[in-house]
Design a protein around this ligand. Structure first.
Ligand code: HEM
Length: 469
């Protein structure tokens, strides 16, 4: 058992950790990990401790158990994503996971490549207009976010929203950004753990307002589909599809007693997949572009690879995506350096013993810091350096299987990771075919670390339009 004395001794990083949380200062976290490469605790008020881990053996121990998700995280996030797959536990989670897995079948994912290509080209057309007269600096994150929203709406809900060109979708995106910040700050503010105090606070008021925006957005998706099913009038592109989309699966799902998902379950799953399916992918695409802008030699090598495989990129196939080995290594290295999901957490339902003999009591919240694991100098040589060759086959074979976990691992791993990888490859390949990206030194980048690691004040990159091949 880790003794109170040990926890007190460990408590020295608490100050630094609060700075990391309050200022989104990821470097502070790195300093702590250099000192404590396995684990360290953080007290939130007098009763609640979060036990951070960043060691592959520790991660393996936690991910091979079936402890529930952290009750605080789930409780505070539930107005945002309800009790969908991310938040569920136990038999209900198992049932939903089994029912929803077919939505990510290989044949369905293959059909998405064309949809994704179309959405990326819409974004590139916008960039071309911005750059038509001269090379220029563009805040790319907002464009990428809307592009990713467009893709998830079309792929999982078969809904044509034109959100990339129609600014009525901006309030939803802005609400997500702000709500995530409020929830994250609530998590680390002991007083705001109380529902009454939080509801009466200015953040609590704001939270409720923003929540209505999010609820309404999801509800419209569900009601539109229900209407079209009732009237037989196809309001979306359901008639063109040869496959069941995610919404078809959720609306027709039956449990072992033959009962359909309740309205609350449907709402939870739709808001979960809407958020999980676009927010983290948009952040990841932006981080890959950022890393390639910082490392022009790797950008050039990816572009050569993509040109050799895709030509002018007029159409993209599944096999071609599989051939992009260098670009995939750059994507993987970006996931390591800047993981879009920087941490995940579990509440221990029973005591836990790590392989080195350290034990934790039941009830402790364990936070697996994916950022910490990926930046751990005891695991990675020169962890701050962008080096895609870490992911070559020879170099990967040597690695601990739990050293690199951008999509987590085990039974609760990311259900959408294949979807995400396809979207990332299509987006990065097409962007590199049409533009060279370089950093804008006048606009240094800062992190916003609120469940998803995003650029805090946007991401400004210099875009240079390339001649057509
Ligand atoms: C680069 C993009 C993505 C990253 C980095 C990512 C990362 C993760 C991680 C780390 C988890 C584990 C969370 C935990 O244990 O608390 C997770 C779970 C999940 N992800 Fe993703 N994800 C991405 C894209 C997607 C996409 C595109 C979808 C859906 C279309 C999706 C849906 C989910 C769901 C539903 C879960 C919960 C799975 C379960 O508990 O059974 N994610 N993701």
């Amino acid at each position: 058992m880790i003794s109170t004395a040990a926890i007190l001794e460990f408590s020295s990083p608490a100050q630094q950790l609060f700075q990391f949380i309050q200022d989104d200062n990821m470097e502070k976290l790195e300093e702590i990990i250099e000192k404590y490469p396995r684990a360290f605790p953080l007290w939130i008020g007098p009763f609640q401790a979060f036990f951070y881990i960043c060691d592959p053996d520790y991660a393996k121990t936690v991910l091979n158990r079936t402890d529930p998700k952290s009750q605080y995280v789930q409780k505070f996030l539930s107005p945002l994503i309800g009790k969908g797959l991310v938040a569920l536990d136990g038999p209900k989670w198992f049932q939903h996971r089994r029912l929803l897995t077919p939505a990510f079948h290989f044949n369905i994912l293959k059909a998405y490549i064309e949809v994704m290509t179309h959405s990326v080209k819409t974004m590139l057309d916008k960039w071309e207009k911005v750059c038509s007269t001269r090379d220029t600096t563009v805040e790319v994150y907002k464009h990428i976010n809307l592009m990713s929203l467009d893709i998830i709406m079309k792929c999982t809900f078969s809904k044509e929203t034109n959100c990339q060109t129609n600014s009525t979708h901006d309030p939803y995106e802005k609400a997500i950004f702000e709500v995530s910040r409020i929830v994250f700050q609530r998590l680390y503010s002991f007083l705001h753990h109380s529902d009454i105090i939080f509801k009466l606070s200015p953040q609590g008021h704001r939270f409720q307002k923003l929540n209505q925006v999010l609820y309404q957005y999801t509800d419209t998706i569900i009601q539109d589909r229900k209407k079209s099913l009732q009237t037989g009038v196809k309001q979306d592109n359901t008639q063109k599809r040869k496959y069941q989309d995610f919404l078809d699966i959720v609306l027709s799902a039956k449990d072992e007693n033959g009962s359909s998902f309740s309205d609350t379950d449907v709402h939870s799953e739709v808001s979960t997949f809407l958020l999980a399916g676009h927010d983290s992918v948009a952040a990841s695409i932006s981080w890959v572009l950022y890393c390639l802008a910082q490392n022009p030699e790797h950008q050039e090598r990816c572009r050569e690879e993509v040109r050799g495989i895709l030509g002018d990129g007029s159409s993209i196939t599944w096999d071609q995506l599989g051939e992009m080995s260098y670009t995939t290594m750059c994507i993987n290295e970006t996931f390591r350096l800047i993981p879009a999901v920087p941490s995940i957490s579990r509440d221990l339902s029973k005591p836990l013993t790590f392989p080195d003999g350290c034990t934790l009591p039941a009830g402790i919240t364990v936070v697996l810091s994916i950022w910490g694991l990926h930046h751990n100098p005891a695991v990675w040589k020169n962890p701050k350096v962008f080096d895609p060759l870490r992911f070559s086959k020879e170099n990967s074979d040597q690695r601990h299987p739990y050293a690199y976990l951008p999509f987590s691992a085990g039974s609760r791993n990311c259900i959408g990771q294949q979807f995400a990888m396809i979207e990332l490859k299509v987006a990065i390949a097409l962007i590199l075919l049409h533009f060279r990206v370089t950093p804008d030194p006048t606009r240094p980048l800062t992190f916003s670390n609120h469940f998803i690691l995003k650029p805090k004040n946007g991401m400004y990159l210099h875009l240079e339009k390339l001649p057509e091949c």
